[in-house]
Design a protein around this ligand. Structure first.
Ligand SMILES: CC(C)[C@H](C(=O)O)[C@@H](O)C(=O)O
Ligand code: SF4
Length: 472
């Protein structure tokens, strides 16, 4: 057997048949669905009188359109959104597909729910009509987003016509400095390789800095790799990943457990496997990063300067500066924000909320802004409440909401007004993403928490925290 990358091993083990030089028919172990990208797929399926081939290999949740107001009964007021949610329910009931419905205590963002319930395991292929499916690479599973017509194909066949990607390896050695996180690392990586830098590639992360990341930090890293254009993100599963999965998947026991462990032990890139592109970064270079523009690669270290338009980036830089209202040469520290949003499939897990609590504990949110925390799932919410974190956030003046995509994208009741500036732990800062005319600055949870306290973009390393060692 020739040497293979981890990505190639995963594709090979799921190839039903090779279609041509570039395409294979790929078996998909798990298909996740949301209310937003599934309705036409079900409609297409029904038009052809077809059934869902493997209902138990599919899971749904209502995540994008759901309101997050802190009330018990979650009624969707917008008629179009309510219809999307009720359609999803009807389709799931009809086909016997498990659903985390609007009032389910465990409902939440798809990419947060799936791993926390042990659905994601090393070596799997996981797909979803959602680009941030790359998240699952953190557990050594190949995850990627698909389009609506592909959703229909998967429902009918549990397979996908899949064009194989090239291999990229990103090695990160060294130690992340205190006050920085995997969010800062991935913002730095994307800013260096560009929003198209990993286009057409499955990215494997490796190196001592990656090994040292918690599983939740790895989720953040792999989640945002799609913002560099990647078609997948992978980290070879180590003991930490295996422990994470086994703690959440009680069905993996006895014989199955032995077989699973033996299989997972093969999930790494062979020593002499060839990557089409390789990058190296030093974790000790990472500073807290913040975006200044309207693309996730338009990010700078907190002590850096907003770039001047020039070279091949001249037009896009000019346009971004026009939209964000910033000037070349300025620093971001001290920039006033109107809103702080802590949430999304990138940064709404328990560790993210703990990091926020460490920064805001014993302080109060600036009276000049509104700050909102939206846990990624019902389970995260319950855990944060049990740990006392929710109370710390509430005491500090942050709003404690119900789970959902919320202000990550303005597709529900949580929308910014034109001209508002938001410090946000999300993954995209596109024009109008959080509301028409609103400006998004992407950053880590700790940095967003610091902005909530001071009222402006602030280097969390200067917050004089009693426990700064453990910010993140
Ligand atoms: C709505 C969905 C198709 C979209 C995605 O694919 O990522 C959304 O989740 C996003 O983050 O922009
Ligand atoms: S939280 Fe944001 S990025 Fe994640 S699935 Fe929802 S809308 Fe997309």
């Amino acid at each position: 057997m020739p040497s293979r990358t981890l990505y190639q091993k995963l594709v090979d083990s799921h190839t039903v048949t090779r279609l041509d030089d570039q395409n294979v028919l790929l078996f998909c172990d798990l298909h996740l669905m949301n209310e937003y990208t599934s309705p036409q797929a079900f409609a297409g399926l029904h038009e052809q009188g077809r059934e869902v081939l493997m209902p138990a290999q599919n899971v749904s949740t209502v995540s994008h359109v759901i309101p997050t107001h802190p009330v018990a009964n979650r009624i969707i007021q917008n008629p179009a959104a309510a219809l999307q949610a009720s359609n999803l329910k009807r389709n799931c009931v009809r086909h016997g597909i498990p659903l985390f419905d609007t009032n389910d205590a465990l409902q939440g963002i798809e990419h947060i729910i799936a791993p926390e319930h042990g659905m994601i395991r090393p070596g799997m292929v996981v797909i979803c009509g959602d680009s941030h499916t790359t998240t699952y690479g953190a557990l050594g599973a190949l995850g990627f987003g698909i389009g609506t017509s592909e959703v229909e194909h998967v429902l009918a066949t549990q397979t996908l016509v899949y064009r194989t990607a090239d291999d990229m390896r990103i090695r990160v050695d060294g130690r992340l400095p205190i006050g920085t996180t995997s969010k800062d690392l991935i913002l730095m990586v994307i800013s260096r390789i560009s929003a198209q830098g990993a286009r057409g590639h499955a990215v494997e992360f490796c190196g001592s800095a990656i090994d040292a990341l918690s599983i939740e930090a790895r989720f953040t890293l792999c989640n945002m790799t799609v913002e560099a254009g990647a078609r997948g993100a992978l980290i070879a599963p180590d003991q930490a990943a295996i422990d994470y999965v086994l703690a959440r998947a009680p069905d993996i026991n006895g014989d199955i457990r032995d077989r699973a462990l033996a299989h997972w032990a093969t999930l790494f890139s062979d020593d002499d496997a060839v990557f089409h592109i390789e990058h190296r970064f030093d974790a000790s270079d990472v500073a807290p990063h913040v975006t200044w523009g309207t693309s996730p690669d338009q990010a700078i270290p907190i002590n850096g300067n907003v770039p001047a338009p020039g070279g091949s980036q001249r037009l896009s830089t000019e346009q971004a500066l026009r939209y964000t209202g910033l000037q070349a040469g300025m620093t971001l520290e001290g920039l006033k924000v109107d809103h702080v949003f802590i949430g999304s499939c990138t940064n709404a897990r328990i560790e993210d909320l703990r990091a926020v609590a460490k920064v805001v504990e014993g302080r109060h949110v600036s009276p000049t802004l509104r700050a909102m925390v939206v846990p990624g799932s019902g389970a995260v919410k319950v855990q944060a409440e049990a740990e006392g974190i929710a109370q710390i956030l509430i005491d500090a003046g942050l709003e404690w909401r119900q789970p959902g995509c919320s202000m990550c994208l303005a597709m529900n009741d949580d929308i910014l007004s034109p001209g508002q500036r938001c410090a946000s732990t999300t993954n995209r800062n596109f024009e109008g993403r959080q509301g028409r005319g609103a400006v998004t600055h992407l950053m880590s949870p700790a940095m967003a928490a610091a902005a909530a306290i001071t009222g402006h973009i602030t280097d969390v390393r200067h917050m004089d925290l009693a426990t700064s060692e453990s910010i993140a």
